[in-house]
Design a protein around this ligand. Structure first.
Ligand code: GTQ
Ligand code: FE2
Length: 380
């Protein structure tokens, strides 16, 4: 539209097919459109209504090693406090105009807290989670409930919950945040509030399990009298031991000839809301995939975008026309309708199993809610 408003008459510039024959009368018509701020469909339809999704995002890989080095540098130079709120450094997809958006809908960032540091309390409508690829010592305090963060833990935090983080250890700790910031930015429906200047002594405690886990963290058992809250999971931590066992059991069952895996050598679980069985957050789906030693996943594509982080092992991932060797912590983007596949390639430095564990999050719940979900390939 701004092209029309600012530029010359578009006659002759239109490269869409089946355009009317240029003439003075047509030029006059287009000047009329420009004057009245009108745009005809016939010059725009190819862009507005493409035959298939054409993502503005591109596949891209960020190396964990580099993120960690820069986060540590920031740890020594940039304070955490009111205003900036968080020492979070976002992945910026190279084709999204330098904005801190990993995909058109998803924010992904590395966050870093130095020993003894506190990230102040606030709340926002954006839905969020944390995922820990290595380290421990930080508790995130969600609705005054301190939740421990350790390797492999997934910690959802639905919008509008008060939250703060504190590092109780004598070492810095890093983790990743996923939020629906770019999506909510488009909706123009965000709200944000600062919380208390300091959380209480009690909230600085360091329990091994949060109250939410004690209430909601028992498989198949719903606390009858508990309120689940308006949106998002009431369970604030999905501990690695449970995820790991679920994946190991799936692969073992497959070895015994029973169904349950996505495809041979590929187990996967989705983090779900124990009160509903649905996705853990209204706008974000999160999953853990395990590709066993020497295993390979079939190419799959779907509408909506995703961000992956290698949790364990090494391998090769292919996203559209890009392919990378990846190892622990590396992050990459899978844009909408772009084929993704992964192969595990155990390297000498990998621990025990030789499997490639991939943590993934996507905007799938939004697309499903709107009837815009479409998938090609194995339906995991
Ligand atoms: O930890 O509360 O990466 O509010 C971006 C916004 C983290 C957080 C981010 C946030 C947070
Ligand atoms: Fe936040």
């Amino acid at each position: 539209m701004s092209e029309i408003a600012n530029g010359p008459v578009r006659l002759g510039m239109v490269d869409a097919p089946d355009q009317p024959t240029p003439s003075d009368a047509l030029a006059d018509l287009y000047r009329g459109f420009e004057r009245e701020l009108l745009v005809p469909l016939w010059t725009e339809i190819g862009d507005l209504m493409p035959a298939h999704p054409r993502s503005k995002a591109v596949p891209h890989l960020w190396r964990w090693k580099h993120l960690l080095e820069l986060a540590d540098q920031a740890g020594h130079l940039v304070p955490v406090g009111r205003g900036g709120e968080r020492r979070a450094i976002a992945l910026a997809n190279p084709s999204l105009g330098g904005r801190p958006f990993a995909t058109p809908t998803l924010w992904a960032a590395i966050q870093y807290l130095m020993p003894g540091e506190n990230a102040p309390e606030h709340r926002h409508t954006q839905h969020a989670f944390r995922f820990v690829v290595e380290g421990e010592g930080v508790w995130t305090v969600v609705g005054r409930d301190p939740v421990p963060m350790g390797r492999g833990d997934f910690l959802p935090q639905a919008g509008w919950n008060w939250h703060a983080h504190h590092n109780a250890a004598d070492r810095p700790m890093a983790w990743i945040d996923g939020l629906d910031i770019p999506f909510q930015y488009q909706t123009e429906a965000q709200f944000f509030e600062f919380g208390r200047e300091a959380i209480s002594e009690a909230e600085h405690s360091t329990p091994a399990r949060s109250r939410s886990e004690r209430l909601w963290g028992h498989p198949g058992l719903r606390p009858i009298a508990a309120q689940a809250g308006r949106s998002g999971s009431p369970l604030l931590r999905y501990a690695w031991a449970d995820t790991d066992r679920a994946l190991a059991d799936q692969l073992a069952l497959a070895d015994e000839g029973h169904p349950g895996v996505v495809e041979p050598g590929h187990a996967a679980v989705r983090y779900t809301n124990p009160a509903t069985g649905g996705d853990v957050l209204p706008t974000i789906r999160a999953e853990m995939h395990r590709v066993s030693r020497g295993g390979e996943t079939a190419p799959r594509r779907q509408t909506g975008s995703a961000v992956y982080q290698v949790f364990d092992g090494s391998g090769r991932v292919t996203v559209g026309d890009k392919s990378w060797s990846v190892t622990r912590g590396d992050l990459f983007v899978v844009p909408s309708w772009t084929a993704f596949s992964a192969t595990s390639e155990a390297s000498a430095s990998d621990s025990d199993s030789g499997a490639l564990d991939l943590f993934a999050f996507s905007d799938a719940p939004v697309f499903e809610a709107l009837g815009l979900d479409r998938t090609e390939g194995p339906s995991a």
